[in-house]
Design a protein around this ligand. Sequence first.
Ligand code: KG4
Ligand code: ZN
Length: 362
Amino acid sequence: MKILGIETSCDETASALVENGTTILSATIASSSEFQQKYGGVVPEIAARKQAESMIPVLTETLTTNYKLLATDIDAIAVTIGPGLIGSLLVGVETAKTLSLVWNKPLIPVNHVHAHIYANFIQDYHPVIPGLTRDPLIDIDSRFRGNDKKIVFPAIALVASGGHTELFYMKDIQSLKWLGGTLDDAAGECFDKVAKLLGLPYPGGPAIAAQAEKFSIHNSQFAIKFPRPMMYEDNLNFSFSGLKTAVIREVNKLKTMKQWSNETMKQFAFEVQEAITDVLVHKTIQAAKQYKTQSILLSGGVAANTKLKEKFSIFNSQFSIGVPPPSLCTDNAAAIAAYAYFHHKPVDWRIITAQPNLSVEV
Ligand code: KG4
Ligand code: ZN
């Protein structure tokens, strides 16, 4: 079964054709992040305008340039209906509804946060997809597959993205039970906000990771230790806003004392990455032990973080740990189509609407 996935929840415009939920035949992604950089975050109006401009070229590339397709080759269309930015979601949803009507294809509405998890089940990559080549991190990623151990159910899934930090229990590939999530800022949001404070570009996660890499513990002038909010609490929730506040306080203190330097900034990047990744790893392992699962599935933009993957790899002998390649951790349409394959519940296009506040709790 070939499903055309469409994703426009934030600043990406993406479409992908996926076979049987696991094989990408064609995929295209356009991002407005370079236009957003000077504002230090996503400006919804800019994102939606760029998506309106990019949607048709992106679809054309997926359906013609990479892979010669006819509408008759497509079995269903899947689209992100939420959660996300309303203007952005509308572009994808209205496009998908139009295609469903014109081509007379079933339309499957998808919760974007749940779909992130399904990037873990994509195994094969069509070799000619630009922008989806396996980058060098895939070598590390294959290590995380737990020495060729297969993902077995039940599993715990962590979605850590710019808008969400959520834990799910999966009895099997089709069932999701929400266990807990962030009470305030998401992990990616914390990376993005701290990056802005440190004068680093958007998106903040990769920028902080790059600065943290350059930090040498031998050059540290101060002992800085940020809190690990809620890490030892007996629940599966997260909170990252206190961490952000702690960083603001320390930055302001050092700036007032005229002790802020480029080296201090790198140390802050390093310490913040340590704090966020410690909490994510600890809570996910706690969930896996509590629910007695053998597998852990990581997803969402923050799962592209190398330090996070290194910390999870320590548990490789206890759990089979899956993480998609970085291009499938961040927003993409292949995961939307993969999810739709495993949750094949078409809905009449007339009643599908964009739902910016769609709940992730199931
Ligand atoms: O899943 P995603 O592309 O979009 C949302 O659904 O939000 O996640 C974007 C988030 C941003 O906050 C970005 O800073 C973060 O993922 N991110 C990373 C890395 N790459 C992207 N965070 C840490 N390390 C990375 N390498
Ligand atoms: Zn996302």
